[in-house]
Design a protein around this ligand. Sequence first.
Ligand code: PEP
Ligand code: MG
Length: 322
Amino acid sequence: QIAEWRKLRDEETVSKDGVHVELAANIGTPNDVAGVLDNGGEGVGLYRTEFLYMGRDKLPSEDVQYNAYKTVLEKMEGKPVVVRTLDIGGDKELSYLQLPKEMNPFLGFRAVRLCLDRQDIFRTQLRALLRASVHGNLRIMFPMIATLGEFREAKALLLEEKEKLAAEGTPVSEDIQLGIMVEIPSTAVLADQFAKEVDFFSIGTNDLIQYTMAADRMNERVSYLYQPYNPAILRLVKMVIDAAHREGRWVGMCGEMAGDQTAIPLLLGLGLDEFSMSATSILPARSLISKLSRTDMESLAAKALEMQTAEQVVELVQSIEA
Ligand code: PEP
Ligand code: MG
């Protein structure tokens, strides 16, 4: 089996009936890029920039960030790299920001909410990204977007920093795609409106599942409610993909679900364009997709959407494996 995966490393990801999808990787640091290429990743679908801010006693400077982003873009040699802006809060703390403790950190002051308030932090990151953009194929993505207002505000700050750089004579790429993570149910429900304004969506199922099921992703006692295959989740995913495609946008997924062998047949059938996962899941996923017909998976997904429980959906998917 390992020999088969190796053979697939330099190939595109194509279903049995000839549909191409993209398999990308989630990374946390520039050092992770070697593993992405080694496993045949077609891009980086999620660069979690939090790690640049963690494990140090103060904010990373613009140059420290610029160097990290540039390194990743260069090593990826023109393949797309989706960089997510700072997603701190929730389970990830930064002691040096000295934020007050919250009752419900996952529902609190985190990610883009913090960035729109602490514009000094956000603008520094945006400048570093814009400067790095000339070194590869950069895509920027905002996390935890709950409203169109937040997206517009964040985008406005990005454009302001871009103009400032232009005025200073610093080169910036003209084709940076700008997208959002869909990980809050309000945004999934309103995806048709967001799709008119963003270049792409990336569905963050780790959070989308916890917010949809109202079940803390870190709490063992409610982990039985953490159900990727619940038809409610599948319907949200479908809404997002259909809304995006109607506006000609592409949709990725960067939560754990994207690399899950049981979920992949369903996601292929729902029309997902890009799957971003840990690097070691890429070749098994490529192998699986090469054996599946997208047309058949469309029927499978249509059946799954009409089911009542996650257990029934799992049974349905397992029935095709025979
Ligand atoms: C997600 O929520 O699915 C996601 C990819 O982001 P994180 O796991 O970093 O919250
Ligand atoms: Mg998330």
